[in-house]
Each structure stands twice: as structure tokens, then as C-alpha cells.
Design a protein around this ligand. Structure first.
Ligand code: 5MM
Length: 341
């Protein structure tokens, strides 16, 4: 019997586990590999992801699901085992990024709308057959002193809602990811501005989800934190946590089972510290965990460096980061635990 989307959603955010966002498109993974002077080929991408997915301890104890890029969903490890089977054997759930990227929004200079709705129902059926039980779509909201516009938020929220409805119809849990960027110029992205834009974005997203009849119990929200621009960050960990909790409580219905943050270019330790502060001392109606890409992978990628002899070192780095974020999802991370590990 097929599993109910409500049960899959609960499992994705249970017990301090979180999601590994390993869905970098071919262009993005190339950028990541450029940083370690590694050529991106189908084989090097396979080797890198195999190193992560075969980190047994991390996968079993800390990672509830993995967001894959289409190539990886259908890819096999070097010994011929499908990646989907490796992920499932660790008790983790395979997921799939289904958007085809943020494209310039006609009539709205500097803003984008995420595309990928055409033919999505057919693709979802194919992904379900391949083992995917959740999906991800990322809408990107630019921030400056004049952006975002209502038109751009509305267009992205509408696409997110159409995508979510199609996923649920296919038996797949949609991760709804409206990312408010944090690369505003100094002076244009204060904590107050980030709070206003994040609130406005989430209000419109949940309005669109309601209009599209998306079942809140069968989705996961993947938001950005309320944080000031990374070019001139002044906010303390506690301020980021307080403002983020405030905005989420104002906008996210308690019927949503879980919130899994993106890291958005925060340093690995910042992303962990913020998640832990959000989870400690706040009475939250949802599970709150991580769905990090860079903040889970950066140290592992460096330690691995594209070399077969460094697989164990890469896995150690990944396991450490995953454990720190698992502690953070329970509000139990401290600097001391970071150092002790
Ligand atoms: C892992 O990066 C994901 C894919 O990015 P592209 O589609 O641009 O290649 C990205 O969507 C990711 O899932 C989220 O943004 C969270 O990643 P970060 O690195 O912000 O935690």
C-alpha cells in the first residue's frame, strides 16, 4: 500500500533529523567543483555523491531524506547499486528537485520566476516510479531597497502552489521553498527589511497554497531565516532566532508539520548556531530542522578534494556537520559540542 503524504512529511522532519540538499544542477555543481579544481563530469559527480550517500553513520542517524538532481535519481554507484537503493537502505527518503531554475521575469527588471510547470505531472509520475517520495521547488525573491515587487512575489508563490498541488496529486510531498536572498547591498538589507520581506513573501505563499487547495499536513516549508545581508552582518544569533520565530509564527499555519531551513550562504557554523537558537527556548507548533546544501557539504567537499584516498576524510567531515545540525534541530548544539566532536 502506498504511504500517505502526511506520514512521509512527518517522517522527513522527525527526531532531529534533517534533509541533505544535494540537488545542485549541473551548472551549480560545476561551480562547487571549480573551488577544489575538479572537473565536473558524470563520473566525478557520481563519486562525490557516492561519498556522501555512503556515509552510513550520518545517513542513518541524522539525515531523513536527500534532495537529488534528476541525473542522480537515476544514477548508480561505482559498483552498480542505484543511489536510490543506497539512500533507502540507510532508512532515508529519496527526493527530487523538479523546478528547472529561476528565469528573468518579463517586465520586472532584476527579478525572476521559477519555471518547470509544463509537463510536470508526467515527470512526477516518472520520479515516483523511480522511488522519489518528496520533491523540491525553489522560488527566488531578490531583495534591495526597491525589491521585491508584489508582482514577482505573486508569480513565484503561484508557481510554488501549482507545483505543490501537482506533487500531492502524485503522492509526493512538496517542499515549498521561497528563498529571500541575503545578498542585499549594505544598508539595503537590515534585519527589519529582511523581516518585512520574509513576512510579505510567506503571507502570499500561504494564500496561494490555500487557493490551490494544497493540503498543509502533506507539505514541508523550506524558508530562509530572517537575517541581515551577508555583506554587512550585524545581527546576533539571538536576534536572528527571535525575528525568524516571530515571522514564522505570524505566517505559517500550525497544520504544516515541518519547517526545514535552507542555509543560503551562511557559514556552516552560523547556520547551525541559528538553527539551534531557533529551537531552544521557543514553543514551536512545527518541527524545525535543516535542509542545507552548502552548510552541510562545504567541509566534506574540501576534505574530499576529488581524491579517492580522501573519501574517509570527506565522510568524517560530512558526518560531523550532520551531527551538529541534528543537535541544533533539537536545540542542543553548543560551541563546546562543536569543538568536542
Ligand atoms: C544544493 O543547492 C540547491 C540547488 O541549487 P541550483 O538549482 O541553483 O543548482 C538549492 O536549491 C538548495 O536546495 C537550497 O537553496 C538550499 O541550499 P543552501 O546551500 O542554500 O543551503
Amino acid at each position: 500500500m502506498s504511504e500517505r503524504i502526511e506520514d512521509i512529511a512527518v517522517k522527513m522532519v522527525a527526531g532531529g533529523k534533517g534533509l541533505l540538499a544535494a540537488d545542485e544542477s549541473t551548472a551549480t555543481i560545476k561551480k562547487r567543483f571549480d573551488a577544489i579544481s575538479l572537473v565536473s563530469t558524470e563520473e566525478s559527480r557520481r563519486d562525490y555523491r557516492e561519498m556522501l550517500f555512503r556515509s552510513d553513520d550520518a545517513m542513518k542517524k541524522y539525515i531523513s531524506g536527500v534532495i537529488l538532481y534528476e541525473e542522480t535519481l537515476f544514477q548508480k554507484a561505482a559498483d552498480g547499486t542505484p543511489f536510490v537503493d543506497i539512500i533507502k537502505a540507510a532508512g532515508s527518503i529519496p527526493g527530487i528537485k523538479v523546478d528547472v531554475g529561476a528565469k528573468p521575469l518579463a517586465g520586472f527588471p532584476g527579478e525572476t520566476v521559477t519555471e518547470g510547470l509544463d509537463g510536470l505531472a508526467d515527470r512526477l509520475a516518472k520520479y515516483y516510479d523511480a522511488g522519489a517520495r518528496f520533491a523540491k521547488w525553489r522560488g527566488v525573491i531578490a531583495i534591495s531597497d526597491v525589491l521585491p515587487t508584489y508582482g514577482a512575489i505573486k508569480a513565484n508563490a503561484h508557481a510554488l502552489a501549482r507545483y505543490a498541488a501537482l506533487c500531492q496529486q502524485a503522492g509526493i510531498v512538496p517542499i515549498v521553498e521561497p528563498e529571500v536572498l541575503m545578498d542585499g547591498e549594505p544598508g539595503t538589507q537590515s534585519l527589519d527589511r529582511s523581516e518585512d520581506v520574509t513576512r510579505w513573501t510567506l503571507q502570499i505563499v500561504f494564500q496561494e497554497l490555500a487557493e490551490a487547495r494544497v493540503k498543509l499536513e502533506g507539505m514541508i516549508l523550506k524558508p530562509s531565516m530572517v537575517i541581515d545581508g551577508k555583506k554587512a552582518r550585524k545581527a546576533s544569533v539571538e536576534q536572528v532566532a527571535e525575528r525568524t520565530v516571530k515571522v514564522l509564527k505570524e505566517t505559517v499555519p500550525s497544520a504544516v508539520p515541518g519547517i526545514a531551513f535552507l542555509s543560503g550562504g551562511q557559514s556552516t557554523e552560523e547556520a547551525t548556531a541559528h538553527l539551534s537558537a531557533i529551537n531552544s527556548g521557543h514553543d514551536l507548533p512545527w518541527k524545525v530542522t535543516f535542509s542545507y546544501g552548502r552548510a552541510l557539504q562545504d567541509s566534506a567537499l574540501k576534505a574530499w578534494g576529488g581524491k579517492a584516498e580522501n573519501v574517509a576524510a570527506g565522510q568524517r567531515a560530512f558526518t560531523h556537520r550532520a551531527e551538529m545540525n541534528y543537535l541544533a534541530a533539537k536545540g542542543d548544539w553548543t560551541k563546546e559540542r562543536e569543538k568536542a566532536a
